[in-house]
Design a protein around this ligand. Structure first.
Ligand code: CMP
Length: 143
């Protein structure tokens, strides 16, 4: 089983889209093994988006992601990383395939509703930034 890190960004929270977005992953059969609402400290945001440091949009990205509450989550299931990215759609909602989360809820590359890890390695790194091991649950044999 694979895990990925997902985050409903401040625009999705402010616009009341959290439930609809989480539902999509539940409907698809993914298990939510970590979930919390939080306001990201600036230094944590800079660490999370470290690969974009120096890019022209970096400061705006950090300003935005720290501007209001986000919903951080870890989902688990088969090929969770790739499938979640497929479900989210392209980074720019205007380019995202119809029906994807970003195409459905977003209209701007900066305010693109949701973040999802881009690889298994990124997922491990990002999960460790936002969750302590004891915050992640084990469904065991529950149906
Ligand atoms: P995300 O998946 O969270 O990862 C990095 C984010 O940077 C991305 O979503 C976009 O929201 C943001 N981003 C990428 N390219 C641009 C851009 N050209 N202008 C503004 N923000 C961008």
């Amino acid at each position: 089983m694979e895990r990925t890190y997902l985050m409903v960004k401040p625009d999705g929270v402010q616009r009341g889209q959290v439930g609809q977005i989480i539902s999509r992953f539940e409907q698809r059969g993914y298990k939510i093994v970590g979930l919390k609402m939080m306001q990201i400290p600036r230094e944590v945001a800079e660490k999370h988006y470290g690969e974009h440091a120096g890019k022209p949009f970096f400061q705006g990205l950090v300003d935005f992601i720290t501007s209001g509450p986000v919903v951080a989550m870890v989902i688990e299931g088969k090929e969770a990383v790739a499938t979640a990215r497929e479900m989210m759609g392209a980074t720019n909602p205007l380019k995202a395939a119809p029906g994807t989360i970003r195409a459905t809820f977003g209209i701007d590359v900066g305010r693109n509703i949701i973040h999802g890890s881009d690889s298994v390695e990124s997922a491990q790194r990002e999960i460790a930034i936002f969750f302590r091991p004891e915050e992640l649950v084990d469904y065991g044999r529950a149906v």
